[in-house]
Design a protein around this ligand. Structure first.
Ligand code: SF4
Length: 186
């Protein structure tokens, strides 16, 4: 049986497939050793989520474990309002909605559906400026795209000699000090 993919790794994989290796390697250690300030703040926002500091309303599910057998993924949701049937992923500050964000939200949506929840609305919420970003429910096309990326993740080989890094991403990468493939010239 194939190993389940952790939903939060989708964003890392889209940023750079190699970053998952470092993410998993250091996730059990002190993240302050390599996380930038911005990312630390983002993590703090998520710690509040994991510690369920947001709401005590029984209709709001927070940080619950989710899975999908069909996709082969596991993870956690941020918030699901069972009354409004709305799934929300909060971020500290959203400047741009990246592809990885969408893929994570879609994966959460498909997990909830498979687990028997009725989800009618999905979206993001930017905590620092109080902005909501509604997202259309994913269709079969988005599901196929998600499955394609998950297959790429399963097949990715860290030793692949043909791997070519994106220099712009390398410059922003929090793992650049650790990575042999770091490149900063075009
Ligand atoms: S330094 Fe570059 S190649 Fe290495 S993980 Fe970061 S983005 Fe990827």
């Amino acid at each position: 049986m194939e190993e389940n993919i952790i939903i939060s790794n989708l964003n890392d994989f889209i940023f750079c497939p190699r970053s998952i290796y470092f993410h998993n390697l250091y996730s059990t250690n002190d993240s302050s050793l390599y996380h930038t300030t911005v990312q630390q703040k983002g993590r703090l926002a998520h710690e509040n989520i994991d510690e369920k500091k947001y709401s005590t309303k029984k209709t709001i599910l927070q940080g619950i474990d989710i899975y999908s057998e069909e996709l082969g993924v596991i993870g956690k949701i941020d918030l699901f309002d069972t009354e409004k049937k709305e799934l929300i992923e909060r971020k500290r500050k959203i400047i741009k909605l990246y592809e990885g964000y969408y893929l994570q939200l879609y994966a959460q949506y498909f997990c909830l559906k498979e687990m028997g929840y009725k989800v009618e609305k999905i979206g993001f919420y930017s905590l620092s400026d109080n902005k909501k970003f509604p997202v259309e429910l994913p269709s079969e096309k988005e599901k196929e795209e998600l499955l394609k990326i998950l297959t790429q993740m399963r097949n990715f080989n860290l030793e692949d000699k043909h791997f070519s890094q994106n220099v712009k991403k390398c410059r922003m990468c929090i793992y650049k000090e650790l990575c042999d493939y770091y490149k900063d010239d075009e």
